[in-house]
Design a binder for this molecule. Sequence first.
Ligand code: B12
Ligand code: SF4
Ligand code: SF4
Length: 330
Amino acid sequence: MTRRSPSSYTPSAELISALPDVSGNLINGLGEREQRRASPMFWHPPDQHPFGAVQEIASASCRATQVARDAFAGAYEYPALIPVAKRKGRQSDKTWTEAATEFAFAHEADLFGATSIKDHYIVDGYDVAEPNVILLGMAHDWERLRQVPSTPDNGVGVAEIGRQYARGTRASYALANWIRAQGFAAQPYPGPRADALLLVPAAIDAGLGELGKHGSIINRTYGSNFRLAAVTTDMPLDLYCADSFGADLFCANCQVCSDACPPDAIMSAKQWVRGVERWYVDFDKCIPYFAENASCGVCIAVCPWSRPGVADRLLVKLARREPKPRPSGA
Ligand code: B12
Ligand code: SF4
Ligand code: SF4
């Protein structure tokens, strides 16, 4: 993981010629104050969005090393889904949630949360039939992840990303099959491809953490050192609340990721995007570097919350900064 000055990166001629005329920020709804569903974007089938040719370059660069090719192959090995059992099990929401959590933790997930499906999680043109969504988090080995951006000589960082995507595929399919065996509908959403669901807003509502300035989630235990997968289901569940522990405020006073981002894509102030004011990464600046550098990942690797052992210390510091109640009579 090397720190580069923002001006040190110039896209190749091949990349420039693959770029469409339209801005990805426009497609994402930057500057829009009305709520709407997100449009299909990167990692949807390449003929469904204007960045398809850039996506082909990104896929090839992720697979430039044997170690990364092996890791990503596991992410696309989808186990068979069993039919939904005819007889529904009868338990309370709490008992189902406890059982699903226990199952997920025993099948490769490190984080678990649940929420109801909201319209803005669904990508325009798709449908989701099930009313609830379970979010799973799979932690990276940070010593491997911190070796991003990967190069043709060192694919360890991107291979770690592929490895965790593979865990997400296995974990989400295993959980979906367990739920189906209990008599409920369940559809897995493993992480690597884009699909019907935006995982980040769903995971925030499911209690997995806060949105960081770098556009990924910061979790109170793993920082941004994890990947997401999901299972939609009609199993009755205890739904979680969003977790707020001060990461948003911390980001307002930190610029580690924006200083480290090679193409200077991380915006320093919140922006209006599809009706919500939030942190935003400039897609048009990120995507050329991302595509040519094996999916980059520098921003999540340098985030101080991601370094093992640091999140606990930051939580204690932030708790000390909480305003103290004024003594009565003062
Ligand atoms: C397409 C995509 C990309 C694209 C475009 C991202 C973009 N922001 O435009 C590219 C290729 C650039 C990309 C890059 C990265 N990605 Co990406 N990406 C996705 C993917 C497949 C779909 C997201 C999408 O369509 N974004 C386009 C629009 C919707 O973006 P947006 O409006 O800016 O919204 C972003 C956030 O603000 C948030 N969001 C959306 N709606 C709302 C609403 C509210 C209220 C809030 C608070 C937030 C929020 O979600 C979006 C995340 O990109 C998801 C997986 C998934 N199915 O969700 C992974 C995902 C978001 N990516 C992820 C990661 C880690 C990265 C990278 C660090 C690369 C890497 N090697 O790991 C970089 C980070 C840089 C960045 N730009 O965000 C992780 C995040 C995990 C986490 N801890 O939060 C995900 C969830 C993949 C996974 N399965 O784990 N990514
Ligand atoms: S590096 Fe700093 S500003 Fe960036 S997401 Fe992490 S805490 Fe927030
Ligand atoms: S993934 Fe994009 S936003 Fe993150 S450091 Fe790389 S270029 Fe910057």
